[in-house]
Write a protein of this length. Sequence first.
Length: 129
Amino acid sequence: MVVIASLCYILLKPYPMDYIDGVLLVDPKKIMNDSFKVCGSVVGLLIGSYIDRHYLHYEIPVNSSSLPILACIGGALMFAWKELFAPATVVAAFGGHWGNFIARGLMVFFAICIWPAVIKKECRVKAAA
């Protein structure tokens, strides 16, 4: 509910167009894109934490020797998504505001659900071997 209210406020708020020496002081489009990213992150966090709490039940495998490399791979995938793949795919397809919302939500969801599920499965396979 808070995310919906925030998005409505962001979209309906009048932004001042103040210029000094022909330079726009605050770019409303940049502010809106940043706000959409934050709202997408919150939605990804809410959905991801619900799925983790009710279905995944992820716990950090403390004695796993492959955990550090898996964590680095997950971090690299998230960085590549944020910097390369999301702008070229999702943001290009849905536009700046909604594309950033969806891309950031998917990134946070990946960090909370998808990659921990991969780690859980990989560590279980290593333990069984």
